[in-house]
Design a protein around this ligand. Structure first.
Ligand code: ZN
Length: 370
């Protein structure tokens, strides 16, 4: 494994790009922020909103939201700053919701006075597809991750909402592309092309159960095709800034509810318990998970030193929270042993070795600290 010299991000992140100096593209993209005229970009957002604003009571933009701090930031910007009339759309998951998750979900619609649709995939279907994807690829939410793009697009199309606002352009922010752009339309349609209906049918899912992940065809969109954009083009994306704004508008974190293992903060991905397992499963496959992601971002933003980041990664990145794991196995119907037996298949033998019965990174970023 190679690690970015500046931020400690490993090159095992799918699609990551490093330059000849050993610096990752996420760092280079972040450096470019200083040269961007953010006032000009805010004007561009205003112009775009002016183009789509509808004053007859119709929704003029759709915002896919989870209820988290970034959702609060998006709704704040579009409703309070831009004066749009957004419809909020959430594709839920049936894992146990935290109290903070419930509170934030409710707060989002109430504080900003927005209509809010919660779309729940059939729980029975969710359980079957999540089991299949976990066992086959260690990527349990493969099905739902398609639905979080198809569902808002289909709803916006059917309700004639002309604009869809997503949060961050993660390919740019995490450095798998250097294209800084506001349009998410091409990215969304490229995602749709990767949705494998045949895969699910082969696994025993009926075609009529696949509605949520069937994307609208070009033909269906001929008369009305919503424009899809990323907020992170218009405003410098920062979890710290987003959190501060979200808290001002009633967002609460997990500090008083749950101290999660393998996490270095209490305000990201806090909506539901079992969902964390999906995120943690990057660790056996790629040798890093959320602690690396968050620590690297903080190093880039100048909020953490590289040495401190290494210490946090060493201490926490491998840990899977027990309550999250229990929620995941309870919902899917596994015993703890069955869960770990399945995970055993996914440890990447190129980067891990078994030492005294546990998997250890062969070449960790923190090896100078050992
Ligand atoms: Zn980097």
């Amino acid at each position: 494994m190679r690690y970015c010299k500046k931020c400690a991000m490993p090159d095992t992140r799918p699609g990551s790009v490093f330059d000849e100096e050993g610096v990752c593209l996420a760092c280079r993209n972040y450096e470019r922020r200083a040269t961007i005229d953010w006032d000009k970009r805010k004007d561009e957002l205003k112009q775009l909103c002016d183009k789509y604003r509808i004053d007859d009571g119709s929704y003029d933009c759709a915002i896919p939201v989870s209820g988290g701090k970034d959702s609060h930031f998006l709704v704040y910007t579009m409703k309070e700053e831009m004066g749009m009339n957004p419809l909020l759309i959430t594709v839920g998951d049936p894992f146990t919701k935290t109290q903070a998750g419930w509170s934030n979900f409710r707060n989002l619609g109430e504080t900003f006075n927005c209509d809010h649709i919660l779309f729940n995939i059939s729980i029975d279907l969710f359980r079957r597809v999540t089991r299949i994807a976990f066992e086959e690829s260690g990527n349990p939410l493969r099905f739902v991750e398609a639905a979080i793009y198809t569902v808002p697009l289909k709803m916006a199309k059917n309700l004639c909402i002309p604009l869809i606002m997503f949060g961050e352009n993660s390919a740019y922010e995490y450095g798998t592309t250097d294209k800084d752009k506001y349009s998410a339309t091409d990215d969304i349609f490229r995602r749709f092309q990767t949705i494998e209906l045949d895969y699910w049918i082969k696994k025993g899912i009926l075609r009529k159960e696949l509605n949520t992940i069937i994307s609208p065809s070009e033909e269906e969109l001929k008369n009305f095709k919503p424009e899809v954009i990323y907020m992170s083009y218009f405003k410098p994306w920062s979890s710290v800034t987003n959190l501060a704004i979200a808290k001002k508008y009633g967002f609460i974190d997990l500090a008083h509810e749950w101290k999660r293992e393998g996490c270095i903060e209490d305000f990201e991905q806090i909506d539901s318990m079992g969902y964390l397992v999906h995120l943690w499963l990057k660790y056996p496959k790629f040798g890093f998970q959320r602690v690396s992601d968050i620590a690297s971002r903080r190093v880039r933003e100048g909020r953490l030193s590289l040495q401190e980041a290494k210490k946090l990664i060493m201490k926490y990145d491998h840990k899977l929270d027990q309550r999250a794991m229990q929620d995941f196995v309870d919902f899917l119907g596994y015993s703890t042993k069955e869960f770990w037996d399945i995970v055993e298949r996914f440890w990447n033998r190129d980067i891990f070795e078994k030492v005294d019965g546990t998997w250890q990174l062969k070449d960790p970023i923190y090896k100078d600290l050992l």
